[in-house]
Write a protein that binds this ligand. Sequence first.
Ligand SMILES: Cc1cc2nc3c(=O)[nH]c(=O)nc-3n(C[C@H](O)[C@H](O)[C@H](O)COP(=O)(O)O)c2cc1C
Length: 179
Amino acid sequence: MSKKIGILIGSLRKDSFTKIVAQAAAKLLPKDVEAEFVEIAHLPFFNQDFEEVATAPESHTAFRKQIESLDGFIFATPEYNRSYTPVLKNALDIASRPYGQNKWNGKPFAILSVSPGAIGGFGANHHLRQVLTFLHMSPVQQPEAYIGSVTTLLNDKNELKEETLKFLQTVVDALVSKL
Ligand SMILES: Cc1cc2nc3c(=O)[nH]c(=O)nc-3n(C[C@H](O)[C@H](O)[C@H](O)COP(=O)(O)O)c2cc1C
């Protein structure tokens, strides 16, 4: 069976730069690895009262199942106030619970932090890395992907230029090698 990479995007913005980068990364996966964009915007805020199966929102139960079915992940995130975004944290928390049923467990991941700013979402990237490591996931350590000054990396059709695609390919390849 072919492997599947889940792609989670930490921005809900229609014209998100992070989304452009994530979509470009998806296209760089080899033919025998499928990309699945994982929706997270609709998930109600995690509440520990929802942990009982009887009280869990249907969307939480479905999300946990979806995460369980995936073999690895790309987390693409903007930086909000030197961290990653709350919509992404909510998704991580939901699939990490109930205690002892962490659906992220053992799965490989790559982080793409994206910013119009010069330091490429370094703070977001490392906060996220810390949480994913705690969730017992397996990081692509190198290459690290801080996609900074993103507006300068786009052509007039808002597509990433060749040089950045080449770099992204090295990140995607490193993730695929961990599947
Ligand atoms: C609440 C908020 C906080 C932000 N904090 C940072 C920050 O810490 N570092 C940074 O580089 N950009 C920051 N920005 C600017 C974002 O990088 C910029 O809005 C970017 O376009 C968001 O990503 P997106 O295009 O994928 O939605 C912040 C934006 C918002 C809305």
